[in-house]
Design a protein around this ligand. Sequence first.
Ligand SMILES: O=C(O)CCC(=O)C(=O)O
Ligand SMILES: [Fe+2]
Length: 492
Amino acid sequence: MTSHNLSPTMTSHKVYLLFGTLCIASLTSGLTSDLFLSTAETAVLLESEEQLLGFVHQCLTQTARRTGNAEYNRLARDLQSERRSLPQTQDARHPVDAYVGLRRFTQYWDKYIATMDPLVARSVEKSLAQNRLVYPDSEVLQQARLAIVRLQAAYNLSASHLASTATANLTDSDTASLAAEAEGTGFPLVAEGWRMLGTAYASQGGHAEGELLNHHRHSESNQVVHETQTLHRRNAKFFSLCQHFQDIDDVTALRSEGCVYTRGSIPLNRWKTEVLSRDPYIVLYYDFVTDREADTMVKRAMVKLTRALTGPTPNDFTLKAHRRLGKIAWLRDNSSSVFERVSRRAHQVTGLHTAFRPRASFGEDFQVVNYGIGGHYIPHHDYFKTKNAFSVAETYLKDSGDRAATFMIYLGDVSLGGATVFPDLGVGAPPVKNAALFWYNFNPDGLRDPRTLHGGCPVIIGQKWVANKWIHEISTAMTKTCRTSPWKPVNT
Ligand SMILES: O=C(O)CCC(=O)C(=O)O
Ligand SMILES: [Fe+2]
């Protein structure tokens, strides 16, 4: 058993908001509701709160001067005192803290910004939009509550445990709306837990002090949440493996087939490969990137994140499916020297060409992913199921075949949850900062291997960033020679 604390494990990537001094705006940007899909974006929003409220305060006092209406001055004072009385957490790493932070924003919005002066509201929106941020709306809050309920079901987490490990205190209305969310989504026991917590708070006349998270599991005496099977029946094996892997932050506890050192050349003189499975071949390369490289990759991706959509073909990503709760950014090898170098290193380590080519590219662009509150990726295969699906791919992937292998780099640690698991094989790995997980999606005969079904477990605490590099058949066909039978085209 391991213990987990709440100390930050990832550099926070702050965006410094530059609010104008004048409360005049021309831009009308709509509120969007996908903030819960990226904990990194949520964190930036919460970090910017101080500055944002200073701006709103200034706008209110300016409006009072301009209009001669003293009501705006009163609002400015109210805003200041309410701000002092509200929970101060700015930490989006714990789902309850992220939820409370987002809820606080919508409170300000409803009370001081939207209803008071449309000009101020638009100014705030404009300033946020310049930093690729949006003001959270009520749907974001609802999705954040749903994420919390889903997490509880996935990991058997009780309401009291979740609440007591957060920094922020929940209000009666928070516990009531979490109970309603759980009830509405078919988790009556989870709902009961939130109701009981609300009652306990009321009888204590206050809230329990947040304690450090020594262990995620609630004690036997707590209300145990048993609905995992209901929502997650179809992926029961996946979720039980996720539970197993959340206890592992010491990778020596991995059930591995062995570990080998390989001599290479600069920048990796020697690298350690943990063999998680020999057939299909799944390995973890430690220290594949440096902290600096990982941070640079995250920073480059941060400004390009868009909602991850999954679809049946590479250019038909129109399904806003809940199978994958995260945001992605595509980055070409030549977009920076770091991506170029890391792609070359993946070639060096795997023996497979990874480079971008305008036609029949060996590898795809890097797909950098940041998961959201309770974000997960339900088990799937990385390969496309039909030849048709990949033959209509983007020009650079034309004639390069399917995704024969996956090279996935963990760009940060996750404090709790977020393992990558292969439910049919019973193997997986917790995110190990700077390590890369590599596996073949095709067997040596060039056939798709369904045993490579895998998924990203829900993130409980922390931020999860990964970078995928999919290597296509054109690369494996050229370099992987040990087939058991003569080469055949893929089984479409
Ligand atoms: O996040 C993970 O652990 C898995 C991600 C994955 O499978 C994918 O992006 O295709
Ligand atoms: Fe995948």
